[in-house]
Design a protein. Structure first.
Lengths: 296, 241
């Protein structure tokens, strides 16, 4: 199916559906410039609000290399109705959970580091991602991370526009539901637990009374999990809002990864071995990535 | 901006129809949202129709949810309604300026500017939400979840930049002939409030309509002089409106 923009007349050939976000559906589309992702909104105001956020983020200093938006227009759907849409970079890859299932948990420390660095860029621009969760993180070859669905992105100081309960620090009685760097870092911490102990996390939300939900309960799960034990200290700091922003948090994470394995560290040699191999691969991957981005 | 949020699980059976009451609310500029709580499919077809109609008459939204989805739904509905109220007001303005009220008809650039203003207003305008809770016998096991949802809503409202207040009412009242009891007057914080609902006696009646009329009255008094009257004794549980 080929769609044509109502205002700018750009043509896109819709290949297939990629997924569904809170504000609309995302399709893989082909234009004369190459492959891209096309998001069709169900509500003009909701989608426009997301577009505004993307545009603002793109305008910030230090974000020059990061183009969020390509085209904004309206299209006529098969049902004859008009729908707003925008196009963005197509991220080839799998969701975070799928990726780790396929390639192994030894990728976790590196992928998590890349995710923190991604968040750091947003934080530098004065925005929180908001709705950080496993489903909104895409990973492509060699651990390259991309965030998808910016519907929750919120300028610092405002109320978070979209969130998912179990990742929300307010849900865990650990702070306000307003945008600051700590909000994303809290969600990041929950995401780490979700990746390692999804069942335990799920049962926590069922068993605990609302007033008893706390970061301490989350940390108890992390302490009982071999894969998370090395980062328990980091998680504690993230949950108690000790990092200024994701850049500082990423630096602390990185230092942790490169620590010489002591007695405790020897329990997880796979991590560090994987990291050494993958950092080389990552360099190669990012070169490939930039080439690919240029072609688009 | 004012909203009434009704949380119920069935049919009203006493007094004025809640659909009429909701239409009154709308005419006073108060939007009425309704959440139907069902845990074992116990909202009958009649209840579902009523819930839907109350929201329609009140210019708001209606949803059927389980207790587990209650917090998220209440929070989401309140937010959506704020955006819609602003949207309606903006569309009215647009109609005067452009002769066309629809935001979709604007080219993308202008649409972006209009939506930016709308988002800004949604974040900064004052907001009052009166929660009206059905506490009839079948709702008893669900009240803990309702209380959780109220705390959760307060948390979301506190993050807004504009002044945000809630008040809480339940029905039926404990004494014969009381349609409705105020549990909390307008407040912007719930810290220190242990339990919103006192021990409630069983009662068979569900006077949804009359209760809503009382709440509309309370919302209107906020505009006039009634404010002081409620400020002193509004916080604690047993004040009967």
């Amino acid at each position: 199916m080929v769609v044509t923009g109502k205002w700018k007349q750009s043509k896109y050939r819709i290949e297939r559906a990629l997924g569904e976000g809170a504000n609309g559906k995302v399709y893989l589309a082909q234009s004369d410039k190459g492959w891209l992702a096309l998001k069709v909104g169900s509500d003009a105001v909701d989608l426009q609000s997301e577009i505004n956020a993307l545009r603002m983020m793109g305008k910030q200093k230090g974000q020059a290399e990061e183009q969020f938006l390509f085209d904004v227009d309206d299209l006529r759907g098969p049902d004859g109705r008009e729908y707003p849409f925008y196009t963005m970079k197509y991220v080839r890859g799998s969701t975070l959970a799928e990726y780790l299932r396929q390639y192994g948990m030894e990728w976790f420390p590196l992928v998590a580091l890349n995710l923190l660095r991604k968040l750091a860029k947003l934080h530098t621009a004065g925005w929180a991602f908001g709705d950080l969760k496993v489903e909104n993180v895409m990973v492509s070859d060699y651990g390259y991370v991309e965030l998808v669905d910016y519907g929750g992105a919120t300028a610092f100081g405002k109320s978070i526009r979209q969130f998912t309960e179990i990742y929300d620090r307010g849900y865990w009685n650990e702070g306000a539901r307003s945008s600051d760097p700590g909000y994303d870092l809290f969600s990041f911490g929950v995401l780490c637990i979700q990746l390692h102990e999804p069942k335990k996390l799920q049962s926590l939300t069922k068993e605990l009374l609302p007033q008893n939900r706390s970061a301490a309960e989350l940390l108890a799960v992390a302490e009982g999990c071999p894969g998370l034990k090395p980062v328990t200290g980091w998680l504690r700091a993230a949950f108690s809002n000790e990092y200024r922003d994701a850049a500082e948090a990423a630096e602390a994470w990185r230092t942790l990864m490169h620590k010489r394995p002591g007695k405790r560290g020897s329990a997880v040699p796979g991590w560090l071995k994987g990291l050494a191999v993958t950092s080389g691969l990552l360099l190669a991957a990012s070169i490939v990535w930039f080439l690919a981005a240029d072609l688009m | 901006m004012k909203q009434i949020l009704l949380i119920t699980d069935g049919c009203s059976n006493v007094g004025i129809s809640p659909v009429v009451a909701a239409a009154h609310a709308k005419s006073e500029g108060i939007t009425v949202n309704v959440v139907g709580v069902l845990d074992r499919g116990d909202v009958g077809e009649l209840g579902a129709t009523e819930i839907d109609e109350i929201a329609r008459a009140g210019g708001g939204l209606s949803r059927m949810v389980t207790t587990r989805q209650l917090s998220q739904t209440v929070q989401m509905m309140t937010r959506k309604t704020v955006v819609q109220t602003i949207q309606l007001a903006v569309q009215k303005e647009l109609k005067q300026v452009l002769g066309n009220g629809s935001i979709e008809a604007l080219p993308p650039e202008q649409r972006g500017e209009v939506v930016r203003v709308m988002d800004d207003l949604s974040e900064t305008s004052g907001l009052q939400v009166a929660l009206l809770i059905d506490a009839s016998a079948s709702m008893k096991p669900k009240l803990a979840s309702v209380e959780e949802a109220i705390h959760d809503l307060m948390l979301s409202l506190q993050a807004r930049q504009g002044k945000s207040e809630i008040s809480v009412f339940h029905f039926p009242g404990s004494r014969h002939g009381d349609d409705c009891v105020m549990d909390l007057g307008w407040t912007d914080r719930l810290q220190g409030v242990q339990s919103i609902f006192p021990k409630l006696p069983m009662s068979g009646t569900t006077p949804t309509g009359p209760a809503m009329m009382r709440v509309i009255d309370y919302c209107r008094q906020g505009d006039e002089s009634g404010r002081n009257r409620y400020e002193t004794d509004g916080m604690m549980g047993d004040y009967v409106v």
